[in-house]
Design a protein around this ligand. Structure first.
Ligand code: FES
Length: 179
């Protein structure tokens, strides 16, 4: 007479536990090394995507007071504001374009064109114009036309106690003069 062996009841098994080496139905078995490699490449991909897709990614900088009275800002009328301060032990000074959007949001644009880092200006045609290679941007920083590959980069901006501060990146440099 044949007797079918019963389940091994000599080893404790927690509820839902999967025996070593077993793979649930429908799952794909991968090694621990492969799993770590996938996680690593995913993290790298996220960092790369962030670096390429965001307009605000840069080296950590420093907060600097902008030389502007917030009450003088008119909706959707960008103004150049100067700043100066220290970042990473170095003194940095320059200017950025500041605009209070009609909805109230404050936006500070990096003064360097995203094409080749030339200076640009706000024009009577209600757009930013970079004359180095005829790049044009809307008041929200998006590209209208020309060679710039992405919208204008932004600085962090905050308003406290009637003052405006800009987060200037550590790698800030003076824009190239417009040609
Ligand atoms: S640097 Fe601005 S369009 Fe080329």
């Amino acid at each position: 007479m044949n007797e079918t062996p019963g389940p091994d009841t000599t080893r404790p098994r927690s509820r839902g536990a999967i025996p070593t080496g077993a793979v649930p139905k429908g799952a794909v078995a991968i090694s621990r090394r492969r799993a770590l490699a996938v996680i690593g490449s995913t993290v790298a991909g996220i960092v790369l995507l962030d670096a390429c897709g965001s307009a605000a990614v840069s080296a950590p900088g420093g907060w600097m007071r902008a030389d502007v009275d917030p009450s003088t800002l008119s909706p959707d009328q960008p103004v150049p504001v100067r700043f100066a301060g220290a970042v990473g032990g170095a003194t940095v000074a320059g200017s950025a374009w500041l605009v209070r959007r009609s909805a109230g949001e404050l936006v500070a644009f990096d003064p360097r064109c995203t094409h080749a880092r030339c200076a640009y200006d706000w024009t009577d045609q209600a757009s930013f114009a970079c004359l180095c290679h005829k790049g044009f941007f809307r008041v929200d920083g998006s590209v209208i036309s020309g060679p710039p590959p992405r919208p204008l980069d932004r600085f962090g901006v905050r308003e406290t106690g009637g003052q405006i501060e800009l987060e200037v990146p550590a790698d800030f440099s003076t824009p190239r003069p417009a040609a």
